[in-house]
Ligand binder design. Structure first.
Ligand code: HEC
Ligand code: HEC
Ligand code: HEC
Ligand code: HEC
Ligand code: HEC
Length: 225
């Protein structure tokens, strides 16, 4: 695992911002394993009662890493391919993940979305399409396995990122080239902080207030509330 100095700086800054607001609920030492000097200088700060962090995460050193994505792609109940649907057939991401623009979750499409087309595609002798038809006829939800899954104490909103002008591929990689879904990001805290510290859309969208916005995006409360 890679240690990230930028994320460490970001963390140290938001510590002082958060300390004034917080209701005491526990203490967290802010430090990195790789940097012993930083550990000595580390500030402690209070965690507010309103945030989502579970109590077992208090009272210890917080190690912020960017992390590595997992090596293996995840198996799915039906061999759905993004490459075929997005690249060859030209279906837009939003056709199947329409919630990404509107809410916290992008969501996976309901089987009815698939059947809008697949009712017209002959499934005979094609096992993957027969499976799809089977789920539909039995009225069963397809048990897709999650590829991305943040801990419950993290607040993430798709809408906020899409409305800021970010592309799906910045966080999910070249999905249109994938057969089985792979996760290209670690989803570690350092990954979020690293981008929040430097994404060009912040300068474009906030102009002279960009510094203020970047400070806000470092604050614990942004992602743990
Ligand atoms: C025809 C419908 C369809 C289209 C179009 C589509 N997807 Fe998907 N997507 C799915 C289905 C079904 C799954 C669940 C199966 C899987 O993970 O492969 C999925 C899964 C995903 C996941 C992983 C979800 C998880 O479990 O974490 C991501 C990320 C994703 N899609 C992004 C995209 C992006 C980006 C595009 C456009 C480039 C896109 N999708 C276009 C149907 C679609
Ligand atoms: C916009 C129309 C459209 C939508 C929506 C759509 N598909 Fe497809 N899908 C197709 C077409 C067209 C093919 C290619 C059929 C062919 O090769 O004759 C295909 C192929 C497939 C195949 C490959 C079949 C094989 O034998 O290799 C699978 C699996 C599949 N789709 C699953 C899904 C699932 C699951 C969904 C919903 C999440 C979905 N599709 C949504 C149009 C669609
Ligand atoms: C800023 C990074 C970022 C961008 C941009 C982004 N995603 Fe995500 N996506 C995530 C994270 C993080 C998760 C895991 C969320 C969770 O577990 O609560 C996720 C989860 C998903 C999932 C799994 C279902 C869900 O909602 O949890 C799908 C599908 C998905 N994203 C599709 C998309 C599509 C399509 C786009 C573009 C329209 C997009 N994402 C843009 C970071 C991003
Ligand atoms: C690729 C860059 C990128 C990554 C990765 C990323 N973000 Fe963001 N995020 C942004 C940008 C840019 C904004 C500001 C959007 C705007 O205001 O226009 C933002 C805004 C947000 C907001 C909205 C804050 C508010 O007050 O409105 C939340 C919450 C958030 N991000 C959480 C996360 C979390 C949690 C992760 C990691 C799981 C993450 N982000 C990863 C770029 C990113
Ligand atoms: C931009 C979003 C974001 C901000 C800002 C943020 N975090 Fe996190 N945090 C995350 C994500 C995502 C995770 C889960 C992934 C991980 O363990 O790295 C996490 C995990 C944690 C954990 C558990 C880590 C572990 O090792 O189990 C603690 C504790 C934590 N954050 C505290 C804080 C504190 C304190 C602040 C403010 C100084 C803060 N976070 C700011 C996104 C954020």
């Amino acid at each position: 695992m890679r240690q990230l100095s930028r994320a460490t700086v970001a963390l140290a800054l938001s510590v002082s911002a958060a300390a004034g607001l917080a209701v005491s609920n526990g203490l967290l030492g802010c430090a990195t394993e790789a940097n012993a000097e930083a550990t000595q200088d580390a500030e402690t700060f209070t965690i507010g009662s309103k945030n989502l962090l579970p109590p077992e995460l208090f009272d210890r050193n917080l190690v912020v890493t960017v992390g590595e994505p997992p090596a293996d792609a995840i198996e799915q109940p039906i061999a759905f391919t993004h490459t075929l649907h997005v690249k060859q057939l030209g279906v837009d991401c939003n056709y199947c993940h329409s919630n990404a623009r509107k809410g916290l979750h992008a969501g996976v499409p309901a089987t009815s979305v698939c059947m809008g087309c697949h009712a017209l595609v002959d499934a005979t002798g094609r096992p993957e399409l027969e499976k799809l038809k089977g789920y539909w006829e039995r009225g069963e939800v397809i048990p897709w396995n999650k590829v991305h899954d943040l801990p419950d104490y993290v607040y993430f909103s798709h809408k906020r990122h899409i409305s800021g002008g970010l592309q799906c591929q910045e966080c999910h990689g070249e999905v249109q080239e994938m057969t089985v879904n792979e996760r290209v990001a670690s989803l570690k805290m350092g990954w979020c902080l690293d981008c929040h510290a430097q994404h060009e859309s912040i300068d474009e969208n906030y102009g002279t207030k960009a510094e203020l916005r970047r400070a806000e995006l470092k604050d614990c409360w942004t992602c743990h509330k």
